[in-house]
Design a protein around this ligand. Structure first.
Ligand code: BUP
Length: 468
C-alpha cells in the first residue's frame, strides 16, 4: 500500500497580499499531491472559496480570532485596520498557539510540517514544540535580506552607509537603504516599544525555520536568495514565483474574495472600447487610503496628464471618510467622463493588467502588484509608501531598470504638474524600460515553464524535500 501523502498545515497571514499568494502556492502543492489543511479565522474563510472549489480535498481549520486590546473588535484582516495594525495582528494570532497544539494532538493524521507566513515567525517555536519542521513563506527576498540584517543588529544603527542608512555589506555593491524606508514595525526599537521584541523574535524564528519559500524568481533576485542561503547556512531557500502566473486566477478569475462582483466588474468592458496601451491603471493595494490633499493632487495630475486611466480607490470606513481619506474631489468623475474611471472597492486587477488597452501601472509597489505587472508586461510607475515597497521600487527602478519613479512616501502630496509629466512620459512606448519589461516578462514565463524553469524546479525540489 502507498504511504499517505505528507499532511501540511498552511497558515497564511490575514492580509490580502500575503494570503492570496500563499493560497496560490497551496493550489500548486495540492496539484502535487500534498494533503493540506489551511488555518483561518472565521471572517477570512470566504477568501478560501476559490481554493476549496478547485481542491475539495483541502481541509480547513477555523479558529476564533483572539481578541486584542489594540485592535478594533471584530477585525480579522489587515485590510480592515491598515498597515499600522500588523504588529497587533501578529501578537493576537500568537494566541492560537494552544488551540493549534490541541488540534494537532487530537488529529488522527497530524501535519508533518507547518507552512506559515513570515509574519508568523512565532510558529517556529510552536513547530519545535510539536516536533515538526516549520517552513516560512515570503514575498520578496531583497526585503528579507535587509530586515534580517537590521534585526540582527537589534536596530542599532548600521554600518557606515551614512546616518540612518541600512547597508547590506555582504552583498555585491553593498546596497543601502534609508532607515525611514523600513516598515514602521521595524522602527519600533526607537521607541523602546515592547512590540519590537515580538517583531525581532519573529524574524529570528524565520531565520531558524527548516526552509523558506519565496514568491520570486532567480532572474530578478538571485543574489539576494544566495545571500539568504549563506546567512541561514543551508540550501532550503526556494524561489517559486511569480505565483500569480501559476495560481488560482487562471482557474477561477479574481473575484473580490468575500465581497461579490463589486463596482469594478464592468471595468474590463470599458477597457474593451479603449485603444491599445492607452490606459494607465492606478491602484495602491488593499491597505492604503490617501488623505484628502493627496487625492486632490493625484486627481489633478491624472487629469492634466491627458492619459486615459482607471483609478481604484479603497473603500473607506465611516471614520476614515469623515477625516477625508479616500475622498474623490466633488464632480471629478463628470470632469473626466469618457477618459477616466474612478472605482471605489475591488477590481479584478490581474485581468485588468493583462488587458491590451492598459499601457502602464501607477503602483505603490506591493510585491504582488509588481509581479502581476511583470507577468502582464506592463511598466510600473512607482510610488512606494510603506512596508517592503521602497525595497521593491529600488529593485525595479535602480537594479533592474524596468520601472520609473513617480513619487515616494505614504504622506507625500505630489506636485500635480510634475506628476502629470511623469505619467505622460511613462506611457510612451519607446522608453528603454518598456523593452526591459518585455524581457523580464519572458524570463518570468520561462521560470514557471514545466521541466526546466527555475521556479518550477524550486517547487519540485521543495515538495521532494518535504516528503523525505
Ligand atoms: Br485594491 C486590489 N483588486 O482592487 P500587493 C487588489 N487586488 O485584485 P497590498 C485586486 O490584491 P501587502 C483590487 O492583484 C494583488 O494581488 C492585487 O497585493 C489584489 O499590495 C493584491 O500588491 C494586493 O502586495 O498587500 O495590498 O499592499 O501589503 O500584503 O503586500
Amino acid at each position: 500500500m502507498e504511504p499517505p501523502p505528507p499532511h501540511i498545515l498552511i497558515f497564511p497571514y490575514p492580509a490580502q497580499g500575503h494570503m492570496l499568494a500563499h493560497l496560490d502556492l497551496a493550489h500548486q502543492l495540492s496539484l502535487r499531491g500534498l494533503a493540506l489543511t489551511v488555518l483561518v479565522t472565521p471572517k477570512n474563510l470566504p477568501l478560501l472559496a476559490p481554493l476549496l472549489s478547485a481542491h475539495p480535498s483541502i481541509q480547513t481549520l477555523v479558529l476564533p480570532f483572539p481578541p486584542h486590546p489594540k485592535l478594533p473588535p471584530g477585525a480579522e484582516n489587515v485590510r480592515d485596520i491598515g498597515n499600522a495594525g500588523n504588529v497587533h495582528v501578529v501578537s493576537a494570532l500568537s494566541g492560537l498557539r494552544l488551540p493549534i497544539a490541541q488540534w494537532f494532538a487530537s488529529h488522527p493524521n497530524p501535519p508533518v510540517a507547518i507552512f506559515s507566513d513570515f509574519f508568523l515567525g512565532w510558529t517556529q517555536d510552536l513547530a519545535a514544540e510539536l516536533g515538526i519542521p516549520r517552513i516560512a513563506f515570503f514575498s520578496v527576498a531583497a526585503f528579507l535580506a535587509l530586515v534580517i540584517d537590521f534585526c540582527f543588529r537589534n536596530g542599532e544603527s548600521v554600518r557606515s552607509a551614512g546616518a540612518g542608512a541600512v547597508e547590506l555589506s555582504d552583498l555585491p555593491g553593498a546596497p543601502s537603504f534609508r532607515e525611514e524606508h523600513l516598515p514602521s514595525i521595524f522602527r519600533l526599537y526607537k521607541e523602546a516599544d515592547p512590540d519590537w521584541e515580538i517583531v525581532k523574535r519573529g524574524m529570528f524564528g524565520n531565520m531558524a525555520s527548516w526552509g523558506c519559500v519565496f514568491n520570486t524568481l532567480d532572474h530578478s533576485e538571485g543574489q539576494y536568495l544566495e545571500h539568504l542561503r549563506r546567512k541561514m547556512g543551508h540550501d532550503r531557500v526556494y524561489s517559486v514565483g511569480p505565483l500569480n502566473l501559476i495560481g488560482l486566477n487562471d482557474v477561477l478569475g479574481q473575484a473580490d474574495p468575500g465581497a461579490g462582483a463589486g463596482p469594478g466588474s464592468d471595468v474590463l468592458g470599458w477597457l474593451d472600447g479603449c485603444p491599445d496601451g492607452s490606459v494607465l491603471y492606478v491602484c495602491f493595494g488593499s491597505q492604503k487610503l490617501m488623505a484628502r490633499e493627496q487625492m486632490e493632487a493625484l486627481a489633478s495630475g491624472l487629469k492634466r496628464s491627458g492619459a486615459r486611466f482607471v483609478w481604484v480607490v479603497k473603500a473607506a470606513t465611516a471614520q476614515q471618510a469623515e477625516e477625508g481619506y479616500g475622498a474623490v474631489p466633488d464632480g471629478y468623475e463628470a470632469r473626466v467622463a469618457g477618459r477616466g474611471r474612478v472605482v471605489t472597492g475591488w477590481v479584478p486587477q490581474v485581468p485588468i493588467l493583462r488587458h491590451r488597452a492598459v499601457g502602464g501601472f501607477l503602483s505603490h509597489c506591493g510585491w504582488n502588484s509588481v509581479q502581476e505587472a511583470m507577468v502582464a508586461g506592463k511598466m510600473v510607475l512607482a510610488w512606494p509608501m510603506e512596508a517592503d515597497q521602497f525595497v521593491n521600487a529600488r529593485l525595479l527602478v535602480e537594479d533592474m531598470g524596468v520601472a520609473v519613479r513617480a513619487c515616494e512616501g505614504a504622506h507625500t502630496v505630489p506636485d500635480p504638474d510634475e506628476l502629470s509629466r511623469a505619467i505622460a512620459a511613462s506611457m510612451r512606448e519607446d522608453l528603454p524600460e518598456q523593452a526591459r519589461v518585455q524581457e523580464l516578462r519572458r524570463k518570468a514565463m520561462e521560470a514557471v515553464e514545466p521541466g526546466g524553469g527555475s521556479s518550477w524546479r524550486g517547487l519540485e525540489e521543495f515538495v521532494k524535500e518535504l516528503g523525505r
